[in-house]
Design a protein around this ligand. Structure first.
Ligand SMILES: [Zn+2]
Ligand SMILES: [Zn+2]
Length: 340
C-alpha cells in the first residue's frame, strides 16, 4: 500500500510526523495532492494535548473515481467538513450546517480520513473551489478560514462603502475581516491588544485600531461615528467582553455577527439591547457555497490580501509553526506538505 506523510498533535505541546496510507477516491470523492495547509485554531489542541489535524487546504486534483465537477490537474481550494450533499442545507449552499455529515473514518477506512495536515486527502468534488490562473495555492487557501467567516458575515449583512464596520479580535479571522471590509470600501475599526496584530491591521488599511483595555473605547467608537454607532459588528475574539462591546456600540437598526467560538454566557437585556435598538444578531461559521466565486474575486483583486500570510513552513516543521501560532505574533501560517 502506498503511504504519505501526516503531521499531528501527539500530546501537550508535542507533534509527530507519521506514514499513513493514501486514501482511495470513490463515488464523487476525488484525491487531492495537498500543496498548502493554513493553520487555524490547531494551536489550542496543541496547548491542551488534544489530537486534531486540520480542516483547511488547497491543492491539485490527481485522481478521480468517476466523471464529475472536477478533472485531474484542476487546482482547487478544499472546503471544510464532509456534508451529505443531499439535505436542504447542503442544496442551498449552507452545507457547513449539514446534520448528516459523512463519517470520514468509515467512508475512507482510515482513522484520519478527514485530516488536512497530510500530503493527500479525499473530498467530495462539489466542495472544491477552482483557483484562478496565476494565483498561488497559499494565496488561494485564504478562501478557507482566513477570509471565509467574515466574508460570509459581510454577505449576510450587505456590508458596503456606506458602512462603518467594527471587528473585535485581530487574529487570522478578524484581520481577514479587515481585508474583506476594506475591499468593500467600508470604514473599518479593529479592536485588538497585541501590538503585532494592531500593526498588521494598519497595514491592511484599518481606519482606526483600538485596544480592548482602553477604558474610553466606547466613547472613541461613538466619536468616530458621529455619536451614531457602527453599522455592523463582527465579533471574532470569542470572549464575552468583546460580545458586550459589540452590543454597546452597534447603532440602532444595526447588525452583529458572532464569529468567534465561545462557550461562556453573554448577559442580554431584551429591552435596552434589542427591542429599543432594533438590532439583528446572527451567528456566522463559514459562508454559503454560492459565494465562492465572489471570495475568489477578493483573493485575486485585494492589494493587501497576501499580507495575511506571515509564515510559511515545511509541514515537517509543524512544531515550530504551532509555537508561533500560540504566540499570536503571526496571522496566517501555512504548511507545505511536500517541502523539507
Ligand atoms: Zn447535508
Ligand atoms: Zn479554519
Amino acid at each position: 500500500m502506498e503511504t504519505m506523510k501526516r503531521a499531528y498533535i501527539s500530546g501537550t505541546k508535542q507533534t509527530m510526523l507519521m506514514e499513513t496510507p493514501i486514501p482511495e477516491p470513490k463515488e464523487d470523492w476525488v484525491l487531492v495532492k495537498v500543496h498548502a495547509v493554513p493553520l487555524c485554531t490547531e494551536y489550542k489542541g496543541w496547548l491542551n494535548g488534544h489530537e486534531y489535524s486540520g480542516h483547511e487546504a488547497a491543492g491539485e486534483v490527481v485522481k478521480i473515481a468517476q466523471p464529475g465537477k472536477v478533472k485531474v490537474g484542476d487546482r482547487v481550494v478544499v472546503m471544510p467538513g464532509a456534508p451529505c450533499g443531499k439535505c436542504s442545507y447542503c442544496i442551498s449552499g449552507e452545507y457547513i450546517h449539514c446534520q448528516h455529515m459523512v463519517n470520514t473514518t468509515e467512508f475512507s477506512g482510515l482513522k484520519h480520513g478527514g485530516d488536512t495536515h497530510v500530503q493527500y486527502l479525499i473530498k467530495q468534488d462539489w466542495l472544491l473551489v477552482p483557483i484562478p490562473d496565476g494565483i498561488s495555492y497559499e494565496r488561494a487557501s485564504l478562501a478557507c478560514c482566513g477570509l471565509g467567516p467574515t466574508f460570509g458575515a459581510m454577505e449576510n449583512m450587505n456590508v458596503n462603502a456606506m458602512d462603518t464596520v467594527l471587528i473585535t479580535g485581530g487574529g487570522p479571522v478578524g484581520l481577514g475581516g479587515v481585508v474583506n471590509a476594506k475591499y468593500r470600501g467600508a470604514r473599518t475599526i479593529l479592536v485588538e491588544r497585541i501590538p503585532f496584530r494592531q500593526q498588521k491591521a494598519k497595514e491592511l488599511g484599518a481606519d482606526l485600531v483600538l485596544d480592548p483595555d482602553d477604558p474610553d473605547i466606547r466613547s472613541k467608537v461613538m466619536e468616530f461615528t458621529n455619536s451614531i454607532g457602527v453599522d455592523a459588528c463582527l465579533e471574532a475574539a470569542g470572549v464575552v467582553e468583546a460580545q458586550r462591546l459589540c452590543m454597546d456600540v452597534t447603532r440602532r437598526k444595526g447588525q452583529i455577527a458572532l464569529i468567534g467560538e465561545c462557550g461562556e454566557d453573554l448577559a442580554i437585556k431584551a429591552s435596552p439591547d434589542f427591542i429599543r435598538k432594533g438590532i439583528v444578531l446572527m451567528g456566522q461559521w463559514h459562508y454559503n457555497l454560492n459565494g465562492t466565486f465572489k471570495i475568489m474575486k477578493v483573493i485575486c483583486e485585494s492589494p493587501v490580501v497576501e499580507k495575511l500570510i506571515t509564515h510559511v513552513f515545511p509541514m515537517s516543521r509543524i512544531q515550530e509553526a504551532l509555537e508561533i501560532s500560540a504566540s499570536h505574533n503571526c496571522v496566517k501560517i501555512i504548511l507545505k506538505p511536500w517541502e523539507n
